[in-house]
Design a protein around this ligand. Structure first.
Ligand code: MEV
Length: 422
């Protein structure tokens, strides 16, 4: 029988005890566990091969979000992030989601778009037709570049061609659709786009400049939805606040940017833990949010007929399990094993579910007590420790400062002295 990810009091355990649970849940080896705990998962030589001018590495905290139930499967979810409250918030909302059956997901398949820009064409609309007539030739040329991808069921699928009006006159842009299977796909798509460029030049009589993947991965969408029984999130009034918070984001791009940022707190943290290209994901998500010409929320929140809260999310998700940092960063590889995902699409579905949870956590807090109290609790602990508190004094000093609304170093020092004397 598979194990449950619903673990109460996980946050109260020591990092070592948490890791023990993760190891038992996921079946990672003792060496894997030691590597995670060593805080130095990436060797200098490996880093030096990954990027240029390397001088070292900068570790980021790695936490585990618990309680996630997605398509009836339990997940422990690694999240790499420097911001407090994010991991706790995801875990908390995931626990609430279980009461409504957890998260349910779907996707469009792993198709990326490569763009080939041709300019200086005298008859752009006829050129567009000539390119479309040659679709088979273009797709075949693209697929010659990556026989491995074709062998595993992926490869170029077809093309679309558009004529754009631009500041330098009309340009004909050919879009190559490539099923990337479990690769993020940038390498495969860019290679294909470069390979077919001479065909485009021949057909258009123009000149090709750019041949590059689009990060607006609108053919690689991943979705998730969850129902939260109203009493689980705090009752009707809380639901009302959340719906109002969502309406604010839907009506105003200034609020919407922050709304979507909160979603990406979750998505990007899992992306970083698993070695994904976080910038590609961020670019794709925000461009997708603006695709209608208006920048809109990546989530929706509404009530079902019983008055329970229902959330949905849909985001382009260009993630991979092979290639890139996922394949070479030892800790990213272990994080992927902890997740136990079998495909890039499954990874994407987990990531958007975390994004949905993250969004609800933010809206729920913002529309009620605000987020500062939660932040302050953690901040107070850090101040208490830096003022010399140890053991149980840490929590006592932190609690007192929060209660007094005086989360300051000088007050922490006084309290540490008082409590040490008593
Ligand atoms: C902070 O990192 C994220 C939030 O600002 C998101 C939001 O406002 O919805 C809390």
């Amino acid at each position: 029988m598979s194990k449950s990810s619903e673990i109460s009091g996980f946050y109260k355990l020591s990092p070592a005890d948490r890791l023990k649970i993760v190891k038992e849940f996921s079946g990672i080896s003792s060496e894997d566990a030691e590597l995670i705990q060593s805080m130095s998962g990436l060797k200098l030589e490996a880093a030096d091969r990954m990027i240029e001018n390397v001088i070292g590495a900068i570790p980021v905290p790695l936490g585990i979000a618990v309680n996630f139930l997605i398509n009836s499967r339990d997940y422990l979810i690694p999240m790499a992030i420097e911001e407090p409250s994010v991991v706790a918030a995801a875990s908390n909302i995931a626990r609430m989601a279980r009461a409504g059956g957890g998260f349910h997901t779907s996707n469009t398949g792993p198709v990326m778009i490569g763009q080939i820009q041709a300019v200086g064409i005298v008859d752009p609309h006829a050129a567009r037709m000539r390119i479309l007539e040659a679709e088979d030739e273009i797709v075949a040329k693209a697929n010659e570049q990556d026989p491995m991808l074709v062998k595993v069921g992926g490869g170029a699928r077809g093309i679309e061609v558009k004529v754009l009006d631009s500041t330098v006159g009309p340009m004909v842009v050919t879009e190559l659709h490539v099923d990337c299977r479990d690769a993020m796909g940038a390498n495969a798509v860019n290679t294909m786009a470069e390979a077919v460029a001479p065909i485009i030049e021949r057909l258009t009589g123009g000149r090709v400049y750019l041949r590059i993947i689009s990060n607006l991965a609108s053919k690689r969408l991943v979705r998730s939805r969850a129902t939260f029984p109203k009493e689980t999130v705090g009752g009707e009034e809380v639901v009302e606040g959340i719906i109002n918070a969502y309406a604010f984001a839907a009506a105003d791009p200034y609020r919407c940017a922050t709304h979507n940022k909160g979603i990406m707190n979750g998505v990007t943290a899992v992306a970083l833990a698993t070695g994904q290209d976080t910038r590609a994901l961020e670019a794709g998500a925000h461009a997708y949010a603006a695709q209608s010409g208006r920048y809109v929320p990546l989530t929706t929140w509404e009530r079902n007929e019983g008055g329970d809260l229902v959330g949905t999310i849909e985001i382009p998700m260009a993630v991979g399990l092979i290639g890139g940092a996922t394949a070479v960063h030892p800790v990213a590889k272990i994080c992927t094993r902890i997740l136990g995902v079998k495909s890039a699409l499954e990874l994407g579905e987990v990531m958007v579910s975390v994004g949905l949870a993250q969004n609800l956590a933010a809206l729920r807090a913002l529309s009620s007590e605000g987020i500062q109290r939660g932040h302050m609790k953690l901040h107070a602990r850090n101040i208490a420790i830096s003022a010399g508190a140890v053991g149980e004094v840490v929590d006592k000093v932190a609690a007192k400062m929060v209660e007094e609304r005086k989360v300051r170093f000088d007050r922490a020092k006084e309290l540490v002295e008082e409590l040490s004397r008593s």
